[in-house]
Design a protein around this ligand. Structure first.
Ligand code: NAD
Ligand code: GLY
Length: 387
């Protein structure tokens, strides 16, 4: 079916940029680059899964607009989102003579987007970045807003920079090849937007989740548009996360622990975030008066979308040590994004360790402890984890 392209704008003064959402729009990347960036050369970063699917198409579109391109192909997966691979990208940019104004295109999911993003922030102190997100998670979240990072063995996304893209081009058709588990994982972030900011969108998701799971084009365009609209509004108000941008981390404080403690790649990011949103909604009932009914609605929607709700068994001391690494921590005090009601998030700093420990203890029996967690393997037993 044909649908019209839709365009949103992230309003950040001279760093403003468009988000274009449509079908088959990867084929227009050459003309768009020529028009917006006056580019005659480009570099593409992708991975070994995406390259056979979409790289030739992107390079053909560039060539047809007389833009010469070269590509770097990363191994696929979260475990490769690290400093070593980032360094390979930077070396390749030098070796291929990329210039400061050469656009770097990130063709892939959030891992490719975050790594190419950080490389583009660092190379010659900053080159233009164009996001071509292909996973649902990247299309609704990671390609927008300018956060770029690699993981460190001691913490996820701990090494990074803010670097806004010059353009985000979202081709919905790429979702046709996205594996089901990845698709469902991306839905966690979509649900997050409704939960933190927009009760009407949340209700729309409750009523239409079957259409989404069937990947109906119009439903997909709607959730991507609404998600990007909400994210663009929040980023436009608080680019550097000094305030409300932290709402976007609803569920992430718990989710990052699940991802890190298990070893990157065991749980998908969205799966871990979904479990984290489940925990955060329970904490919201205790700390902010969210009704039991609304907490249950959030859990029911995530379950109806096929997101896992079984919190893995992680010992309380591992939770606490890893949570202290969270980027929202201030002066050693944990801060959580909680819900006052569905559609209304709030940042909460007065939650006691006892309240968190009691929640965690009720949610799983620990089999991952300080000795077995890959994330804590490098720490002596009594070391304190500090920011
Ligand atoms: P991912 O990049 O690992 O992609 C998931 C898998 O799907 C990979 O195997 C990938 O090769 C494959 N894939 C992607 N698109 C495909 C397609 N169209 N067809 C077939 N296979 C496809 O993971 P993700 O879920 O996209 O992103 C997760 C990452 O994003 C995490 O590292 C997370 O920290 C980061 N993230 C960043 C931000 C941000 O604001 N920068 C926000 C949220 C998440
Ligand atoms: N995904 C969180 C943010 O972009 O701020």
């Amino acid at each position: 079916m044909s649908i019209e392209n839709k365009t949103l704008h992230v309003a950040l003064g001279e760093r403003s940029y468009p988000i274009i959402i449509g079908r088959g729009c990867l084929d227009r990347i050459g003309l768009l680059l020529q028009d917006k960036l006056k580019a005659s050369r480009a570099r593409v970063v992708t991975n070994e899964t995406l390259a056979p699917l979409y790289l030739a198409r992107v390079q053909k579109a560039l060539e047809s607009a007389s833009i010469a391109s070269e590509a770097f192909i990363l191994p696929d997966g979260e475990p490769y989102k690290n400093w070593d691979q980032l360094s390979h990208i930077l070396t390749w940019l030098l070796e291929t003579g990329a210039e400061r104004n050469t656009p770097l295109l990130a063709l892939g999911g959030g891992v490719v987007g975050d790594m190419a993003g950080l490389a583009s922030a660092l190379y010659q102190r900053g080159m233009p970045l164009v996001q071509l997100p292909t996973s649902l998670l990247a299309q609704v979240d990671s390609s927008v807003g300018g956060k770029t990072a690699v993981n460190h063995p001691l913490g996820k996304n701990m090494i990074g920079a803010f670097h806004q893209p010059s353009m985000v081009l979202i081709d919905i058709d790429t979702l046709k090849t996205l594996p089901e588990r990845e698709f469902i994982s991306g839905l966690a972030e979509v649900i997050k937007y409704g939960a933190i900011e927009d009760i009407c969108f949340f209700e729309w998701l409750e009523q239409n989740h079957q259409r989404i799971l069937s990947r109906e084009t119009e439903a997909l365009q709607h959730i991507i548009f609404e998600s990007c609209r909400i994210k663009a509004k929040i980023v436009g108000e608080d680019e550097r996360e000094t305030g409300i941008r932290a709402w976007l981390n609803f569920g992430h404080t718990f989710g990052h622990v699940i991802e890190t403690a298990q070893g990157y790649g065991v749980w998908l990011h969205g799966e871990a975030v979904a479990m984290g949103m489940g925990l955060a909604s329970r904490l919201s009932v205790k700390e902010r008066g969210l009704s039991e009914e609304e907490s249950a609605r959030l859990l029911a929607l995530m379950q109806a979308c096929g997101l896992p709700m079984d919190i893995p068994k992680i010992e309380a001391d591992v939770w606490m040590r890893l949570m202290r690494h969270d980027k929202k921590t201030r002066d050693g005090q944990l801060r959580f994004v909680l819900l006052e009601r569905l559609g209304k998030a709030v940042i909460c700093s007065g939650v006691t360790d006892d309240a968190v420990t009691s929640l965690i203890k009720k949610s799983g029996k620990g089999s991952i402890d300080s000795a077995t967690s890959p994330a804590l393997a490098g720490f002596a037993q009594n070391d304190e984890v500090r920011d």
